[in-house]
Design a protein around this ligand. Structure first.
Ligand SMILES: [Zn+2]
Ligand SMILES: [Zn+2]
Length: 173
């Protein structure tokens, strides 16, 4: 059985939450201020044979992702992570993720990214300005800047909070 419940993950605080009856093409934000990416709609995992399905408990209702392998076939999946979505003053759809921890994590992550970018700016100075403006700079500086910016993008795509935090703090140190 497929439900209309969808899983999202905030790209800043990395909280996974579920929303009922949402159009998956709509962009939503997490209460921490981060953008939420769609993980998928709740589906029954077809790889698990019916007789092997586990009983429905908080492994299902609090699962980290949308695939259900328990006996409820998706009916209760993610119900423990359901949040309301409200429209904010500036028209954003904001998922009301209520955990103070998530809000803190989102703020902390963005502050660490800003701090890393500041260190990059200090380290490369005018060369970074020239790099961004596509002006000629010494080859080795060009590659050093490119590698540093690539590594920041890579760290941003990491989806484990602790290792991501550790990695961003090492950038340009
Ligand atoms: Zn968040
Ligand atoms: Zn279940």
């Amino acid at each position: 059985m497929n439900t209309k419940r969808a899983y999202f993950k905030c790209i800043d605080c990395l909280t996974a939450f579920a929303v009922e009856n949402i159009d998956s093409k709509i962009l939503i934000k997490c209460a921490c201020g981060g953008r939420a990416e769609l993980m998928g709609h709740v589906i029954q995992d077809r790889l698990v044979k019916t007789e092997l399905r586990v009983p429905c408990d908080d492994r299902c209702t609090n699962a980290q992702g949308p695939s259900c392998n328990c006996q409820c076939g998706g009916e209760h999946h993610g119900t423990g992570r359901l949040v309301e979505v409200h429209t904010s003053m500036n028209g954003d759809l904001v998922a009301q993720v209520s955990k103070a921890e998530s809000i803190e994590r989102g703020k902390m992550w963005r502050a660490l990214v800003d701090a890393a970018m500041k260190r990059v700016e200090v380290r490369f100075g005018d060369a970074l300005v020239d790099y961004r403006a596509n002006r000629r700079i010494p080859r080795e500086v060009y590659f050093e800047i490119r590698n540093t910016l690539n590594s920041i993008s890579k760290i941003k795509s990491m989806r484990v909070y602790k290792s991501r935090i550790e990695a961003i703090m090492r950038v340009a140190c």
